[in-house]
Design a protein around this ligand. Structure first.
Ligand code: IPE
Ligand code: IPE
Ligand code: MG
Length: 252
């Protein structure tokens, strides 16, 4: 009898290199619900369960950073009732999950342009970040009202405010410390669920050399086994960063 019985045999990813940082676009909630003749928001609610499962798997497998796209700077364009629901869900999840995060030694970070959030949500974000700040395990980043364009602009603004003398000449390395994810290495693996093959203004700067994985599974159907599949796929990639294969072999 197998020690752990699973629905099907999973590739043993623990023999290979586990990505240090995984970034996820959790897409397909609305279509998942529509298929079941349910309102779109039902899919968002179900998506919270998938996120919990993915967080646990990342923790179990030694992923150090997990970054998820919860609400894009363009998602304000959605119908007002869906936006209101999503903001309410965000608040509710922060409220209900902080204790669990502390128990699991998870450090929570929220990135994005917070200027359109309610004072209640802002206070909850500050509280959740503060309560988990000293945790040393998985760093979970939730991107909310985040846009890659916004990030590059705000970083440049901060840089020029701090070092105005750089106006006529600054480098990539000068901008980097001001980007929203300056505290983390760039993602190794990007996953988008829901079938679309686009970046939708997610971490534009940071995804420059990330391995991109797309799956048709809608986010509410995603979880531990599909994540295992994505990591197994990642382990089969050769990351060359501009070099050629032979150079990588000789560096081994
Ligand atoms: C992703 O699912 C969640 C958010 C953008 C908040 P969608 O709501 O985009 O679901 P689909 O893509 O319409 O199915
Ligand atoms: C991207 O999903 C944003 C999030 C998952 C939060 P969307 O469903 O909004 O992306 P587009 O607009 O279809 O590209
Ligand atoms: Mg979508």
């Amino acid at each position: 009898m197998a020690l752990f019985s699973r629905e099907r045999e999973e590739p043993n990813i623990l023999n290979g290199k586990i990505p240090r940082h995984i970034a996820v676009i959790m897409d397909g909630n609305g279509r998942w619900a529509k298929q079941r003749l349910m309102p779109r928001v039902f899919g968002h609610k179900k998506g919270v369960d998938s996120l919990r499962e993915v967080i646990t798997a990342c923790k179990d497998w030694g992923v150090q950073y997990l970054t998820v796209f919860a609400f894009s700077s363009e998602n304000w364009r959605r119908p007002a009732d869906e936006v209101t629901f999503l903001m309410g869900l965000f608040l509710q999840v922060l409220q209900s999950e902080v204790e669990r995060m502390c128990r699991n030694n998870i450090q929570l970070k929220i990135i994005g342009n917070r200027s359109h959030f309610s004072t209640e949500l802002l206070a909850m974000i500050a509280d959740a970040e503060e309560k988990t700040a000293a945790n040393t395990g998985l760093v979970l980043t939730i991107a909310a009202d985040y846009g890659g364009h916004w990030d590059i602009v705000q970083a440049t603004q901060q840089l020029l405010k701090a070092q105005p003398e750089l106006i006529s000449s600054f480098s990539e390395a000068d901008i980097q410390p001001y980007l929203a994810m300056a505290y983390a290495p760039d993602p190794d693996l990007f996953i988008r669920t829901g079938g679309e093959q686009r970046i939708s203004n997610f971490l534009l700067w940071q995804l420059a050399y990330t391995e991109l994985y797309f799956t048709d599974l809608p986010w509410p159907d995603f979880g531990r086994t599909p994540l295992n599949d994505a990591i197994a796929w990642f382990q089969g990639r050769e990351r060359r960063f501009g070099r050629i294969s032979e150079q990588l072999d000789s560096a081994k």
